[in-house]
Every structure is written in structure tokens, then in C-alpha cells.
Write a new protein. Sequence first.
Length: 207
Amino acid sequence: MKMAGISSKKALVYLAGQDVLEFHSPLSTISSIEKPDQIIFDFDPQDDDFEKVREAAFILKKILEEYGVKTFVKTSGSRGLHVHLPLKAHYKFDKIKSISRKIAEILHQKCPEITTLEQRKEKRGNKVFIDFLRNDYAMTATTPYSLRARKGAPIATPVDWKELNDNSLNPRSYHLKNIFQRLEKKENPWKNFNKYNLNIDINNLFD
């Protein structure tokens, strides 16, 4: 499997010029390709009930805060939310996937009425799928501020947790026509993402 390596704005512009519409990136960097520097949870609803997605995301935030873990959230540009945990790139993907599974199980136990870990879509009902499976080698997730190939040109947009309290917010709130207005008025909520790389030993955190 081959991926494009982007290390400059020029490279990004070049790919856009090659008609690359959506950008999906792995959870690791070229300098440490086998050791991720973040964990992602993709909250994927089976319907358009965003309130369930919002509720599950806030529960995850609360769980992780109790362990001293900082989280960041973005709209998916589709139907759900992505919650990211910045990490120190200490462990390989198999360990991180195991940890993410454990966290997903803890979350599901807290709200089984609205979430599911069932991989088969036909068995999920109307629950929100907690997708932790992206925390694996060669798997990717939508890059922050990437366009999505959907009607209205929605954008996967980093937001702060306070914004999620706004009932008017939905996964497609930000799109090509309004994203620049947002960027002019609001500081990037993920500006300090890399400053919160976990210094705690996440390997033992959820035992």
C-alpha cells in the first residue's frame, strides 16, 4: 500500500491540483510510521439522530477526563463525530488498538442503550457505532479540514467541546462556503493538539 507523504503547503496544493478532494491520513507520521501519535474514535450513527452522537461523545470525554486524558473533537463532515486523543509515539499499533478497544468497551458499558460495538451494520439497529478499528496500521481517518465528497461540500472541522452544546451544530455545519469565515473569526480549537501528547503510561492506564 502506498501513501502520499505531505511535508509542505506546496505538496498539499499539488495534490489538490491533481483533483484530490478528500484527504485521509494515518495515525502515525513518517518518522515513526509503526507507532501512532494519536487514538481516534469515530462515532458513526445508523440514522441522522445527531443527539445520540453528541451524548456518546460527551460521555467519552468525561470518562477520559477522569484518567487525566485530554480529548479533541471534530465534525466528520458526514453524519458523526471524531474524538482524538494525542499520544506520545511509544507503542506500536497492536498495543494502541487493544487500548482503544478497552476504552470503547468502557464507553459502551456506560451507555449501551445508544451505542454499539457491533461491526455488522445490519445488527446495529439505530445505535451509534463506536468505531475504534481505525487504530490499526495502514488504516486512515479523515484529515482535519478535509473536504468530503458529499452534497454541499461539507468539511471535517475541528470544534471545541463547548460548541457541541449548541443544538444547531451538526456534522455538516461547516462547508466550503462558510469555513473561511469561521477560520477568520475563531482560533483553531486544535492549535495545541501536539502539546497534549500523553505523558502518562497509557499502556497501564486502563488495566
